[in-house]
Structures are given as C-alpha cells and as structure tokens.
Design a protein around this ligand. Sequence first.
Ligand code: HXC
Length: 260
Amino acid sequence: SVVILDHPREREDNDRIAIVRINRPDALNALNLEVRQELARIFRELTEDDEVLAVVLTGDEKAFAAGADLKDMADRTTVEMFHRKTERLWQAIADYPKPVIAAINGYALGGGLELAMHSDIIVIGETAQVGQPEVRVGIMPGAGGTQRLTRAVGKFQAMRICLTGRPIDGREAFAIGLASQVVPDTEVYETAYKMAKDITRMPPIAVQQIKSAILKGQDASLETGMALERAMFQGLFATADQSEGMHAFIEKRRPDFKGE
Ligand code: HXC
C-alpha cells in the first residue's frame, strides 16, 4: 500500500497512537492521487476511531514527501485539475480533530510541505530539506503554501520560500518557526512518537478543544477568538477529567484521565 496505517490494535503496546506512513520510496513519496486518496480515507476512518488519541504522520529517512507527482501532473489541463477536487482530500486531514505530529526526515517539498503544514506539531531532522519549489516548475503552491506557510512564518520568509523555490534545512525551518522541534535525523521519529505519547496522557477532551481553539482562533479576530476560548474553557468544567486533574493535584497523585 502507498500509505501504511499502523494502528495500536495491531501492536503489542497499549499506546493510543496511530502511525500513518507514506510509502512510495521509489518516487521519494511523491503524492500522486492514490496516496492522497489513501491519506484522506485513513484520516476519515481515524476521525471515527475512539481508540486513537494522536497521529504521527511520517515518511521514510529519505523523504517525508517530495511534492505532488510531477510525472502525473505534467500534461494536465485546468479542467482536469478542477475535476480532481483534491481540496476534499486535503480537507479530510484538516478536519481530523486530534493532534497530528509530522515527523520529517529528508525532503518535504511542495505538496509534501503543505501536507506537513496540515499537522499540528512538526518534528524535523537537522538535514531535512523543506520548501515550496513549485515556481521552479512553472506553477505555484496549491494546497496552503501561500496561506498556511505565511501564517506560520510571516510574509517575508513565506515570500522568500515561495518566490525562490529554494529549500531550507531543518535547522533553518526550526529557526523561522516552521517546526516545533529540530533534532538529529536519527531521533526524529522517536521524538515525535514520545511527544504523541505525552499528549495521549493528557485529558482527551481538553486536548481536542485546545487544537480547535488554536486553529479556529487563527482565522478570527482576537475578540472572537477570546470568546471562543472562554466558552471552551468554561465547558471543560463539565468534564470528569477537570475534577480528576485538579483533585489529583491537591491529593499529590497522578491523574487518571478518562476522556469523560
Ligand atoms: C514525481 C518524483 C518527484 C515528484 C522525485 N521523484 N520527486 N516523481 N514527482 N515530485 C522521483 C524522481 O523522478 C526519481 O524517479 C526518484 O523520485 C528519485 O528522485 P531523484 O530526482 O533522482 O532524486 P535526487 O536527485 O536525490 O533529487 C531529489 C529532489 C528531486 C531534489 C527532491 O527529486 C526533486 O527536485 N523533485 C521534485 C520536487 C518538486 O518540485 N516538488 C514540487 C512538486 S509541485 P526515477 O524513476 O526518475 O528514478 C507540487 C505542487 C503541489 O508539489 C500543489 C498542491 C497539490
């Protein structure tokens, strides 16, 4: 399969983490239609899956994903691109309500970086290469490279990255705010997995509300975002996990969160 889902029920551990791995090594994990359809199907399936509390999205040591499949796109017309409706496939990932941690080694270019930017946390290897090289092949980013990237790193870095098409390495990506953490290449996956595990120990409803507040707030005025945050904050006082978390603190014991 071009995308592999490693589900907790297939592993020995009790970790409630799904690993989604892009698997087209011969093409540096280039995102053809089949890969995108598989990713969308898997994320839609995971949206209904209460067993899983966090996702690690990754590729292999050479590439997270080297972009949309250029061999497949070279002779397309506007009408064909329109009818592909790939925005629906991306939306399935954007709509996933629980934390997604991208673990990036090697290339994350074009659609590959755009895919990574659908995640909530990015752990990147020092020598990874990320960028928006679309301009070099006569087009422009089409799945967030001018939008999510600008929200992440600001106008001047986004302009540089999109207009020159020149990739930057993992250290620089971290320095400009395009990654949450940079680590030696060999530690990327392990670091991402540990972070996912940390998050799965947190109260799941609070976790989902935090993700939702940060993402929704990015597109709202401060006033609207603050109102949204306040309502969600107050709402959490209806959860058993709020009571458990605070009483565990007072009783000097570890909380046992149940997602209730
Ligand atoms: C199709 C690709 C590919 C791609 C690599 N391959 N990237 N196939 N689409 N995007 C294939 C190569 O054709 C080759 O297959 C094999 O993977 C290994 O790649 P090489 O080029 O031989 O490797 P290397 O010399 O190490 O160079 C790595 C690279 C280069 C710098 C990443 O492959 C590259 O520049 N790739 C294109 C990157 C890019 O422009 N991405 C943006 C695409 S546009 P064969 O069979 O020849 O050995 C885009 C638009 C998104 O993403 C819009 C939103 C939907």
